[in-house]
Design a binder for this molecule. Structure first.
Ligand code: ATP
Ligand code: MG
Length: 759
């Protein structure tokens, strides 16, 4: 380059530049938040390409999310322009794992077009295996087995590697066999689950040294971001690729990470991977970056003091380069979570008036249930928001299921709702049975519930399914009756309990089940703000209808702390700093001190996302199980140095609440949704509710939509007919759409006219 360094190196500090230019040999960049680790990785790739040390296809770069991979691609294109041929292999461990596995699928018993199973498919498959082995799914839930297998796969263990001690206790010694069968079954289905993308890759490399050698030669440069959160399987996979067989040739592997930001221990991440890097790659260079380019000194000081309370850490220094002390961290104590959302909403609008973009603001929550209150508030205010890394609150699976139950009670002709929950939790109704229900409904042009009511009075279905349906109908009728006598939020709780829906998640041992149970509680809590079920459902319909907006729109981001890793915003809101919520009780209960330290790292990640403003809040009261409980401020608040924090307490000044009692209504004149309580939609649901009780056709706004029983004009007594299942017979009596038939082979039975043809 002559005397002048290329432009992309401009502005890097000496250590960063060294990390970019030390292209040969193993390199570990260990540094705190905002020190430019990700920037170094990106620039390093650009540098390798620009200096023609390698072509794009000879570089492998691993990011933590697909989004990060996309952003890195864009930035590299900026550094090197479009002139360099071939982009690097850039993606998450999973996406790169899949790409390699597809190229050699036959060697691990798959075809290149193999399917990648999602969790639902996986569970369905495990259930089939459990039932094939006559294992009681109530005692040994499929989800529990799925999360066990997940653990094995995260540790890089194939069925043969799993010890009896590890697997034996499941289903009385059948754990290992189930894992073996599961893997075999995947191969017959030409499918792989997420864990296999690396696990089978490891097997591929181990069993086929010549293929491993190909990749070893190919990937001259390997780079990994967020290395502190890699798990054992990822580590093994990477080490295979990076270390040559004879151990002689150089591995140009560069990993960057921060032990203080290791927050996925609960998902099998091993922070030790970063600590043993120097041992695995002898001669590795270690570079520390100590200059933080992201946050003001107040924010940095708060984060550093907080994380200093952790015992197990390497210890690093961080100095701000921003050169500004900046605003103090705001800690605001509010009355409850509703006021918290109101407060945050007001501040956002205020910053917006000062010229800030919504895109530069984020709300980072500890648990996803916290999102609901913010989403509702922003909808009310007309503030654009997006939920990152997960669905919006009311679009979550457990919330949609719960809402489907409530919709069926309020509106028995809601077929979509019925379809959603008819077999959730499992009621042993197979596809064939549900097909009969659908056929019946379609033939008579009646809702599914009406079809079920007809079917249970006949012998179209097997006795077992008939009694299942009878019990289901009894339940929904019972709930509909109770709707008149008890508050709707209590009803909702009873419905979820009695239907077995709550138990389904309680028995679920997967990592996301506790979060789903929390979301369900939050749903019930939110119902208390409405006068009745109809008003609540109307509100939901309006909230759900809101169009999700354009990615390019200016919008506040709402996400969990976990998914905020690597990101940065001018203004960061950190709500819910209360004991039990943050640090989360589950982390404390399950992992003790280690759990607490991981929670503290999460707090560190949260604070260090902020460039200019960090606004922490806590509610003094939370409503749990319909009862107000006073909350204790998070211990993390005490760990922030007082000189960088400004505390505000708005809780006591806020009025309008009945403390300690149960509220069933709360009106806010400013809230446009308060006007929905008596809308035509609700009256319509009520009308339908009443018409279910009375005989005769159901009508919606005058249209005939359902006729569950009327005169059967089609068949006469004495007529010979053909039934699809029971064969020929003679009609002996008619009652509405039901026929009594004396079948020639099957004997006398009651059937539906829609299943019969003239003989
Ligand atoms: P995290 O640990 O949160 O992932 P990081 O170490 O990866 O952080 P980056 O995201 O790469 O840090 O950088 C933080 C911010 O500082 C970014 O906005 C980046 O552009 C900026 N930055 C990094 N290095 C420099 C530099 N030498 N001069 C100016 N800005 C820089
Ligand atoms: Mg980063």
């Amino acid at each position: 380059f002559g005397a002048r360094a290329p432009a992309y190196l401009d502005g890097l500090n000496a250590e960063q530049r060294e990390a970019v230019e030390s292209t040969e040999g193993p390199l570990l960049v260990l540094a705190g938040a905002g020190t430019g680790k990700t920037r170094v990785l990106t620039t390093r790739i650009g540098h390798i390409l620009a200096t023609r040390r390698a072509r794009g296809s000879q570089i492998l770069a691993v990011t933590f999310t697909n989004k990060a991979a996309r952003e890195m691609k864009e930035r590299i294109a900026k550094v090197v322009g479009a002139t360099v041929e071939g982009m690097p292999w850039l993606g998450t461990f999973h996406s790169i794992g899949a790409r390699i596995l597809r190229r050699h699928a036959e060697l691990v018993g798959l075809r290149p077009d193999f399917t990648i199973l999602d969790t639902d498919d996986q569970i369905r498959l495990i259930k089939q295996l459990l039932s094939a082995e006559n294992i009681d799914e109530k005692r040994w839930p499929a989800r529990q087995f799925a999360s066990m297998m997940d653990g094995w796969k995260n540790r890089g263990q194939l069925p043969k590697d799993v010890s009896e001690a590890d697997a034996g206790w499941f289903a009385n010694g059948k754990g290992k066999k189930l894992y073996t069968d599961y893997q075999a079954r995947l191969k017959t289905l030409n499918a792989a689950d997420f864990g296999d993308l690396l696990l089978e890759g490891i097997r591929l490399f181990k069993e086929n040294p010549e293929i491993l050698a190909q990749y070893h030669d190919r990937f001259r440069y390997m780079l990994v971001d967020e290395y502190q959160d890699s798990n054992t399987a990822q580590y093994l996979w990477l080490r295979l690729l990076a270390q040559s067989r004879d151990g002689k040739s150089q591995s140009n592997i560069c990993v960057v990470g921060d032990d203080d930001q290791s927050i996925y221990g609960w998902r099998g991440a091993e922070v030790d991977n970063i600590l043993r890097f120097e041992k695995d790659f002898p001669g590795a260079k270690v570079i520390k970056l100590e200059r933080n380019y992201r946050s003001t000194s107040n924010i940095l000081s708060a984060a550093s003091h907080l994380i200093a309370h952790n015992e197990s850490r390497l210890g690093k220094t961080l100095q701000t380069d921003v050169g500004e002390q900046g605003d103090k961290l705001a800690v605001t104590s509010v009355w409850d979570s509703e006021e918290e959302a109101r407060q945050v909403g007001e501040e956002i609008e205020q910053f917006q008036r000062q010229g800030d973009y919504l895109n530069d603001m984020a709300i980072l929550v500890r648990a996803s249930f916290q999102m609901r209150e913010f989403e509702e508030r922003f909808i009310t205010l007309g503030l654009n928001y997006r939920v990152i890394g997960g669905p919006r609150f009311y679009e979550r699976r457990e919330i949609r299921d719960a809402l489907a139950y409530l919709r069926i009670i309020a509106n028995p002709v809601d077929d979509l709702a019925l379809e959603r929950i008819i077999n959730v939790p499992k009621r042993g109704l197979g596809d064939a049975t549900l097909q009969i229900v659908h056929d019946t409904a379609r033939a008579a042009n009646i809702p599914l519930v009406a079809a079920i009511r007809d079917l249970v009075e006949t012998e179209e279905l097997k006795p077992k399914q008939r009694s299942t349906f009878r019990e289901f109908l009894r339940q929904i009728d019972d709930w509909a009756d109770r709707m008149r006598t008890i508050p709707h939020f209590e009803l909702a709780e009873q419905v979820l309990d009695e239907s077995g829906y709550t138990a389904m998640w309680q028995n679920d041992k997967s990592a996301d089940a506790p979060g789903r149970l929390e979301n369900l509680k939050e749903l019930i809590r939110s119902m208390e703000e409405f006068e009745n079920l109809g008003g609540f459902l109307e509100h939901i319909a309006l909230v759900m209808d809101r169009d999700s907006g354009d990615a390019s729109d200016d919008a506040v981001s709402i996400m969990t702390l976990h998914s905020a890793k690597g990101l940065e915003f001018d203004t960061v809101f950190l709500p819910g700093w209360e004991e039990g919520l943050f640090p989360h009780q589950r982390a404390l209960d399950e992992s003790g001190l280690a759990g607490l330290e991981e929670e503290r790292r999460l707090a560190y990640v949260g604070i260090t996302r902020a460039r200019k403003r960090c606004r922490i809040s806590l509610a003094q009261n939370r409503r749990i199980h319909g009862l107000w409980q006073s909350a204790i401020p998070s211990r993390f608040l005490d760990e922030l140095p007082t000189e960088v924090v400004e505390v505000t307490d708005t809780g006591s000044s806020y009025g309008g609440y009945t403390y300690g009692g149960r509220q069933t209504t709360r009106f806010d004149a400013r809230d446009p949704f308060d006007s929905v309580y008596e809308t035509p939609g609700w009256q319509r649901a009520q009308r339908q509710q009443q018409s279910r009780k009375s005989p005769g056709p159901l009508t919606i706004d005058g249209d005939l939509v359902a006729r569950s029983s009327g005169p059967s004009a089609a068949y006469d007594v004495g007529e010979r007919v053909l039934h699809l299942k029971f064969g020929y017979g003679t009609v002996t009596a008619t009652e509405g759409n039901k026929l009594s038939i004396d079948f020639e082979k099957a004997g006398p039975k009651k059937v539906l006219d829609s299943f019969v043809k003239r003989g």
